[in-house]
Design a protein around this ligand. Structure first.
Ligand code: NCD
Length: 311
């Protein structure tokens, strides 16, 4: 029997298709709770969860918090600006402090790649990586897979185009791992300066410098945010030029399948990587992704902290 009990969620690289399927199936049940009048299950009563965020976040942090609360866990939030982190406390000491207080899970976002793996080695609570630098963001990739499966009814054999700033994107890296595991054909495109070299050698990944090639006959287009805060100067043309050459607009959408699904992890730069009428148009499931994010995080917390229901 597949179980995620006690497992740290660091990246999808370490997930089998069976484990991904387990999370997606569980999340489907959890999604029903979000639509209820009384959003409360007793599943995590007596468990405590900390969200520890060293970088800004709206969706990821609040959806983990709500997920924990809908499951009756006690949830507290620590953000870098309002904790002893500003007094220079090290990550190690902050983690040890949380462990000493008896927390069961730490949901963590940090600018350093490998920080979540370090936390998993250092302390005993379950560690869920909510983003470590440009490395990984597994819960985002799981909610992307969930959304695709919900809309398309399957994952295997689909063509997905991931567009934009692949180099700085932990979402792209985790998506690529998870999608390949599930038999999706992955195409990536963006300015050459934002396409990491290692991808060229990866089997099963198709790298394009023209957006048009990547989205031709695509079932899904995942548009990434241009990460202005991670940009070293000069890696891409002016924002206007970027929008013209790489931005997704109605005209370009015509190249994809008629029923193409548009995703974006948020936050969006509307008018830059994605035109407003595409972001809010008929093909877009961007709002649905946010809701699915709560369901997927409920599934992750339940499966890691309790193992879920016996099968
Ligand atoms: C992403 C992140 O922070 O990794 N946002 C998110 O979690 N929804 C993507 C981004 O910042 O562009």
């Amino acid at each position: 029997m597949i179980s995620l009990r006690g497992k740290d969620i660091l990246d999808l690289e370490f997930f089998s298709p069976g484990e991904i399927g387990l999370v997606l199936d569980y999340a489907k049940e959890m999604k029903n709770i979000i639509h209820r009048d009384i959003k409360k299950l007793p599943t995590l009563r007596g468990k405590s969860i900390v969200t520890l965020f060293y970088e800004p976040s709206t969706r990821t942090r609040s959806s983990f918090e709500l997920a924990g609360k809908y499951l009756s866990a006690d949830v507290i939030n620590i953000t870098a600006g309002t904790s002893s982190i500003v007094k220079g406390e090290s990550l190690r000491d902050t983690l040890l402090t949380m462990e000493a207080m008896g927390v069961d899970a730490i949901v963590m976002r940090h600018k350093a790649e490998g920080s979540a793996a370090y936390a998993a080695k250092t302390v005993s609570p379950v560690i869920i990586n909510a983003g470590d630098g440009a490395h990984a963001h597994p819960s985002q990739a799981l909610l992307d897979l969930f959304t695709i499966r919900e809309v398309k009814g399957r994952l295997e054999g689909l063509k997905v185009a991931i567009l934009g700033d692949i180099l700085h994107s932990r979402v792209a890296r985790s998506d690529i791992w998870g999608m390949r595991q599930m038999g999706i054909e992955v195409h990536v495109a963006g300015p050459k300066t934002l396409l990491p070299r290692y991808l060229l050698e990866e089997p099963g990944i198709h790298v394009h410098s023209r957006v048009e090639e990547a989205i031709e006959e695509a079932d899904v287009i995942n548009v990434l945010r241009i990460q202005l805060e991670r940009q070293k100067a000069g890696l891409f043309p002016s924002p206007r030029e970027y929008a013209r050459i790489f931005g997704i607009n109605q005209e370009r959408l015509k190249l994809a399948k008629d029923d193409v699904l548009i995703l974006h992890p948020g936050p969006m730069n509307r008018g830059l990587e994605i035109a407003p009428d595409v972001a809010y148009g008929d093909h877009s499931s961007i709002q649905e992704q946010v809701q699915n994010g709560v369901a997927v995080r409920m599934a992750l917390l339940t499966l890691t902290l309790t193992g879920g229901k016996p099968e």
